[in-house]
Design a protein around this ligand. Structure first.
Ligand SMILES: [Zn+2]
Length: 642
C-alpha cells in the first residue's frame, strides 16, 4: 500500500558532498603546515589513487563505459550556457532542460558534477578525451568568473544569495556553489589543472567575504538551508593549500544543531531531510581528519552506526520521501515508490569510506558492498546511461528513470560521478599489505611497493576469485581478503595448496613472501538468506550473498510514457504516473528463504519460488529494468500446523 507522500513544496533537494575521495596526499600536506594540529589522525587503511586500479572485462566495467558515453554525449557549450549568460558573455547554445533550465534556481549544479565525473573517469581510465573536456570547461568557467568580478562564479546571479541572507525563498544557492567548487577541486587534484585551483580559491574568497559580516546566530540560520558539503570542500581546500583561513571558513558551515546530539551519542534524526544531512556529516569526518577534533569523529561515527544499522533498508539505502520519518529501527511502514534517493547512497558510500580508512573494519566494507550491488549498479539505465532518482522498495513499482537532457536532477549528478569511479573502493592498503574489499575483475598497481595484482572473477555468478601477484622480486607483505558476513564455509588456496585454517568473517590476512606468479584463490559460497524489517520480521527481502533479489512482476500498464519521468519542471521531483501492482502475501512454513526459493540450474542468477500457486521468478534487483518488481514480501508463517 502506498504511503501518501509529503507535499514536496519544501523541495530541499538532495546533496552530494565533494567528489574528491579521502586525499592522503592532501592530508599529508595538511600535516606539514600550521593548518594541522600535531595530533592529526593516522589512517588504518589508505585508498589507492583511482589511476592505480583498472577495471577489466565484466559488468562493472560495462557500466562505467555506459556512463562514459552518457558524459561524452553532453555538449560543453550547453553546460556553459547559463554561466556565460550570468557573466554577460555571449552564448548561442541551447539551454539545457530540467533542473538546469534558465528559470531553475539550481542551474549550474550539474556542470559541477560533470567536472567531477570527467576528472574521476579520466583518472579511472586514463581517457584523454574526458580530461580535455574537463580542462576546457574549467578554463571557460574561469573566464566567466573574471567577467563577474570578485571571485563570483555561478549560473545564477548573486541576487539569490541576497535572498538567502534576508531569509527569503531561494532554493539552495550554497549547494549549487558546492557542486561547482567540488568539480574544480577534482579537476585540480585528479587532472592536475592549476587554473581550476585558482578559480576555486577565488570562489572561496567570495564566500569568505559573504560570510564575514554574519554573526553566529545569522550564520546558523543560513546553514539551515541545504548547502551540500560546503564544510567538507573547505576542509579539503585547507588541507590542499595549508591555509588556515579555509579551515576557519569550513567551521562556519559545521551545523552544530545537527552535530551536538550526535556528538553526545543521540539519534535525533527523525524529521530531517536525509541528503541535506549526510554531506554535512561527511564534512565532520573530513574536519576530524584535517583539524584533528575527536568530537567531529564522534559525530560521524554515531551517525554512521545509527543510519547504517538502524535506518537502512536491505539495499543499504535510506530515506523515504527524502526524509527520516520515524525513530531508529522503525521501517516496516516506510516503503513507497520514493524510497532510497540515489544521492543518499552515494553519500553513505563516501562516509563509509572515511570510516573504513580510520578503522579498516570489515563490517564497513560489508556495508559498502551492499550499497555497491544494490544501490548503485542498478540505478543507471543500460540503454542510454540515464540515472535513477529514487529506488522504489514498495512492491509493484518500477524504476522511474529520467530522460536524457530533460532532467538533470541531483541524482543525475551524483550518479554521473558514482559510475565514473566504480574502481575506487575495491582495494586499500596500509604499511603491511593490501586489502581486497570488493570482488571485481580488475588490475591493481601498488606502485609504492613495485607490485601489481590481477583479480579474476565472475562474481557474483560464481563464488570464486583468483588473485595473481606480479612482482620483479619476491616481497613480504600481507594480502587481506575480506570474508563477508554472508558466506559460510569459505576456503582458500595458495598456489593450489589449501590453507589449513578456514577463513573466518572479517579478513583472511596472508602475510608471507609473495613471488611473481603466486596465486591466491578464495571461494566464498553464497546462500539464500533473509533481510527482515527491524520492527516486523514478517516483512522480509530475500538475499543471495550480497545481492538483494527482486521478483519480476512484468510490465502490465507500463509504456514509454510512464517508464521515464519526462521533462522535470523547476523545483519538482519525478512523480509516478500509474499505480503499483499489489503482491499477495506469501504463506510459508519457515521464514528461511531457502525453504521457498530455489536457484535455477545453470550459470544465470535466476531464482524461483517453490510450493506456491503462482511461481515467481527472482533476479538481482540491479538487473531489473523497465518492469515492475517486488523486493519486500509479507511472509506469513502458518499459525497452526496441519
Ligand atoms: Zn538526489
Amino acid at each position: 500500500m502506498s504511503r501518501p507522500l509529503p507535499r514536496r513544496s519544501f523541495l530541499a533537494i538532495s546533496a552530494l558532498a565533494a567528489a574528491s575521495p579521502l586525499l592522503p596526499r592532501a592530508l599529508r600536506a595538511a600535516h606539514s603546515t600550521t593548518a594541522a594540529p600535531p595530533d592529526a589522525p593516522l589512517l588504518a587503511a589508505e585508498p589507492f589513487d583511482l589511476g592505480a586500479v583498472r577495471l577489466t572485462d565484466g559488468p562493472v566495467r560495462d557500466a562505467l563505459e555506459v556512463n562514459r558515453r552518457f558524459l561524452l554525449a553532453l555538449d560543453p557549450e550547453r553546460l556553459l550556457h547559463m554561466f556565460r549568460v550570468t557573466a554577460g558573455l555571449p552564448s548561442t547554445a541551447e539551454p539545457l532542460g530540467g533542473w538546469e533550465a534558465p528559470e531553475n534556481e539550481l542551474r549550474g549544479h550539474y556542470t559541477g558534477h560533470y567536472l567531477s565525473a570527467c576528472a574521476l573517469l579520466a583518472a579511472q581510465t586514463g581517457d584523454p578525451q574526458l580530461r580535455a573536456r574537463g580542462a576546457l570547461l574549467a578554463a571557460e568557467l574561469g573566464k566567466c568568473q573574471a567577467a563577474n568580478g570578485r571571485g563570483y562564479l555561478s549560473a545564477f546571479p548573486e541576487e539569490l544569495f541576497d535572498r538567502l541572507r534576508a531569509g527569503q525563498p531561494a532554493w539552495a544557492p550554497f549547494y549549487t556553489l558546492h557542486k561547482i567548487m567540488a568539480g574544480l577541486l577534482d579537476t585540480h587534484t585528479l587532472s592536475g589543472d592549476p587554473g581550476a585551483l585558482t578559480t576555486l580559491t577565488g570562489m572561496a574568497g567570495w564566500i569568505e567575504r559573504w560570510v564575514e559580516p554574519l554573526d553566529d546566530a545569522r550564520m546558523a540560520r543560513v546553514i539551515e538551508r541545504e548547502y551540500g558539503g560546503m564544510n567538507e570542500l573547505l576542509y579539503n581546500l585547507a588541507a590542499l593549500t595549508g591555509e588556515a583561513r579555509w579551515r576557519a571558513l569550513a567551521q562556519r558551515f559545521d551545523r552544530e544543531r545537527i552535530f551536538a546530539p550526535l556528538a553526545a551519542g543521540r539519534d535525533e534524526l527523525q524529521g530531517l531531510h536525509v541528503n541535506t544531512t549526510i554531506p554535512q556529516i561527511i564534512g565532520a569526518a573530513r574536519g576530524f581528519e584535517v583539524a584533528g577534533d575527536p568530537r567531529l569523529r564522534a559525530v560521524a561515527e554515531t551517525f554512521w552506526h545509527t543510519v547504517a544499522e538502524r535506518r537502512c533498508y536491505c539495499t543499504g539505502g535510506t530515506s523515504n520521501g527524502e526524509s527520516w520519518n520515524t525513530p531508529p529501527g522503525v521501517l516496516a511502514h516506510e516503503l513507497s515508490g520514493y524510497t532510497e534517493e540515489s544521492c543518499v547512497t552515494y553519500n553513505m558510500q563516501k562516509l563509509t569510506r572515511h570510516l573504513f580508512c580510520w578503522t579498516a573494519d570489515a563490517r564497513l566494507a560489508d556495508y559498502y558492498e551492499r550499497t555497491f550491488y544494490n544501490g548503485i549498479l542498478g540505478v543507471q539505465h543500460p540503454a542510454d546511461g540515464d540515472k535513477l532518482y529514487y529506488l522504489p522498495l514498495e512492491s509493484g513499482y518500477w524504476k522511474l528513470f529520467g530522460t536524457p537532457l530533460k532532467d538533470f536532477w541531483c541524482c543525475t549528478g551524483s550518479m554521473s560521478e558514482s559510475f565514473a569511479k566504480l574502481g575506487d573502493s575495491i582495494y586499500f592498503h596500509d604499511a603491511d599489505g593490501v586489502y581486497v574489499n570488493l570482488y571485481v575483475p580488475s588490475e591493481l598497481d601498488w606502485a609504492g611497493r613495485g607490485v601489481r595484482f590481477t583479480q579474476e572473477t565472475r562474481f557474483p555468478e560464481e563464488d570464486t576469485l583468483r588473485i595473481t601477484v606480479h612482482a620483479a622480486r619476491p616481497q613480504r607483505f600481507a594480502l587481506k581478503v575480506r570474508i563477508p558476513y554472508w558466506t559460510h564455509g569459505a576456503s582458500a588456496t595458495v598456489n593450489g595448496r589449501t590453507l589449513t585454517t578456514a577463513p573466518r568473517e572479517g579478513y583472511l590476512a596472508l602475510e608471507r613472501r609473495w613471488a611473481d606468479g603466486d596465486v591466491l584463490t578464495v571461494r566464498l559460497p553464497m546462500r539464500l538468506h533473509a533481510a527482515a524489517m527491524p520492527d516486523d520480521a514478517s516483512i522480509q527481502a530475500v538475499m543471495y550473498g550480497p545481492l538483494v533479489l527482486a521478483a519480476r512482476l512484468g510490465s502490465a500498464g507500463l509504456s514509454s510514457a510512464n517508464l521515464r519521468a519526462g521533462p522535470t519542471p523547476p523545483r519538482k521531483v519525478p512523480e509516478y504516473q500509474g499505480e503499483p501492482l499489489p503482491v499477495a502475501p506469501i504463506v510459508v512454513r519457515s521464514r528461511d528463504p531457502s525453504s521457498w526459493v530455489r536457484r535455477e540450474p545453470g550459470g544465470a542468477l535466476e531464482f524461483r519460488t517453490v510450493g506456491h500457486a503462482r511461481a515467481l521468478t527472482l533476479v538481482p534487483l540491479n538487473r531489473v529494468f523497465d518492469e515492475r518488481y517486488a523486493v519486500y514480501f509479507r511472509v506469513n508463517e502458518p499459525t497452526t500446523s496441519t
